[in-house]
Design a binder for this molecule. Sequence first.
Ligand SMILES: [Zn+2]
Length: 96
Amino acid sequence: MGFKDQYDFDSLVNEAEELVVAEIARQVPESPGLCTCSECILDVAAYALNQVRPRYRVSLLDSVYVDAEERDAYLAEIRRAVRDGIRKVSANPPHD
Ligand SMILES: [Zn+2]
């Protein structure tokens, strides 16, 4: 049995991913210039996720945030990254 099979690495969750997806859902209606096909939305998600710091946690455990202030700062980072991603993909969609 390989090392990777001995542990449940699937239970690692990047909280950034959940937050970015929720934020994209929130910003899409305010972004008429953005194509909402799967390719474009996933491009926005990938762009935004590459901008923000990852927040891994083990899914069984509580959130990694230490305090509300830090959480607010992180959410602001997520909002900015999604806004930039939408701007980039709107200006330059991955397809014709
Ligand atoms: Zn598209």
